[in-house]
Design a protein around this ligand. Structure first.
Ligand SMILES: CC(C)(COP(=O)(O)OP(=O)(O)OC[C@H]1O[C@@H](n2cnc3c(N)ncnc32)[C@H](O)[C@@H]1OP(=O)(O)O)[C@@H](O)C(=O)NCCC(=O)NCCSC(=O)CCS(=O)O
Length: 385
């Protein structure tokens, strides 16, 4: 079945995603193995992705964005992750940063940072997580202290697992402006990465998405103009939560892409691989595995498209986004593992992409809110009814 031909997907959405799929197949897929093997940065693809409009797919046309629907953007990310999940992850981190400016910022701030981000000239990142924990961002330790009669802030603290940081032109940094006010004491700032006082580590050594580099970023008395604060003081937490509602669908898209690739590979293998002169596709045990893979994949598509429909209609979709992210990320782990199993010993070798799918899918259950955080969000919504 053509994965782009689904309920709620228009011909325009399909045309956008088809163009991205051609690029993913022709350019991303052939390099995915080398990038994974050597830990090369997928930012090498940024100029071509920008040319296709991908670096600004989350932004409106008047800010240099592609002006496409969230559905077209999601389908495009599925096509990218089918070929190279690390590339999808790098783009997702860029969208986290630019979405934060779009959601929390003023028109002047939009004009200052977003067109060059959409053009691929400026890469963005999102600095929320800290070394002592990422699940409870109301409890940040990074401080932003007003100085110079309010003209600027001094930022001190450490952020961890920040994708893109080394190559990003700016990060949206979340810091406490009122340490006693919980979530209402968090503010968001655009911090340019060449500011004095910022130090960025070497890339973390990760299990998967080897081409999507993540860093520790330390802020030592970094002076940030007050004009770089997004929204009023204390609104940063809500901005972060709204951004994460969007980005969890990007994670679902990455999961769908990996699972689509793994299912296609497993199907092809079952038809081609022979035992005793017969294709293994005839084995009922493997057929049942394939059926479960397809079933869970389709359920994830359903949850993701449901969340997208609400988002496009301008309705709240926090619950639906959490459900889509949770289901799709766990599904991708299952489908990638089952596809590897179907390939037997060959699946475990680095000659085939199955073991990469397994490693790449694992992070999806952790970042942008772990599976446990998504369950908390779902449970508290149900209990509030
Ligand atoms: C699990 C949590 C949602 C729990 O949040 P809290 O219990 O700490 O906060 P609340 O009391 O619920 O809310 C405080 C405040 O915010 C408003 N709010 C909450 N959610 C939303 C929302 N979705 N949209 C808009 N506003 C929202 C809420 O109404 C309250 O407002 P008032 O004060 O009442 O006016 C949360 O802690 C959570 O999501 N945790 C996970 C964090 C996470 O995902 N981290 C990952 C970071 S990014 C990353 O992993 C990738 C980085 S990269 O690749 O570089």
């Amino acid at each position: 079945m053509n994965t782009l031909n689904r309920l709620g997907v228009t011909a325009d959405d399909r045309a956008v995603a088809d163009a991205v799929a051609r690029f993913a197949t022709g350019t991303l897929a052939p390099r995915a193995r080398e990038i994974d093997e050597h830990g090369l940065s997928v930012t090498c693809h940024v100029p071509q992705l920008a040319e296709l409009g991908v670096m600004g797919m989350n932004l409106p046309e008047h800010l240099g964005g592609a002006g496409v629907t969230p559905t077209a953007m999601l389908l495009s990310l599925v096509e990218i992750s089918r070929a190279c999940a690390a590339t999808s992850s790098m783009i997702g981190a860029h969208y986290l940063g630019t979405d934060a400016v779009l959601i929390g910022g003023s028109p002047g701030q939009h004009a200052r940072w977003l067109p060059r981000a959409a053009s691929g000239e400026w890469l963005a990142g999102f600095a929320l997580t800290e070394p002592r924990g990422g699940s409870h961002p109301a409890d940040l330790r990074t401080r932003a202290t007003r100085e110079g009669e309010g003209a600027h802030y001094r930022i001190d603290g450490v952020k961890h697992f920040i994708s893109n940081a080394k190559e990003a032109r700016f990060l949206v940094v979340f810091a406490k402006t009122d340490p006693d006010a919980g979530a209402r004491g968090v503010s968001a700032f655009v911090v340019e990465t060449d500011s004095p006082g910022i130090s960025i580590s070497s890339p973390e050594r990760l299990m998967g998405i080897q081409g999507a580099h993540a860093f520790e970023v330390a802020f030592d008395s970094v002076r940030v103009p007050a004009a770089n604060r997004l929204g009023a003081e204390g609104t940063g937490f809500k901005t972060a939560m709204k951004v994460l509602d969007n980005s969890r669908l990007d994670v679902a898209a990455t999961a769908l892409g990996i699972a689509e690739a793994a299912l296609a590979d497993a199907t092809r293998w079952m038809k081609e691989r022979q035992i005793g002169g017969e294709p293994i596709a005839g084995k009922q045990g493997l057929q049942w595995m394939l059926a479960d893979m397809k079933l869970r994949l389709e359920a994830s598509w359903g949850l993701t498209l449901q969340a997208l429909a609400l988002r496009q209609a301008g309705q709240p979709f926090t619950l639906q986004s959490a459900m889509a992210k949770l289901h799709a990320s766990e599904m991708a782990g299952f489908v990638a593992d089952a596809a590897l199993q179907i390939h037997g010993g060959y699946g475990y070798t680095r000659e085939m992409p199955l073991e990469r799918y397994v490693r790449d899918a694992r992070i999806l259950r952790i970042y942008e809110g772990s599976s446990e955080v998504q369950r908390n969000i779902i449970a508290r919504t149900v209990l509030a009814d």
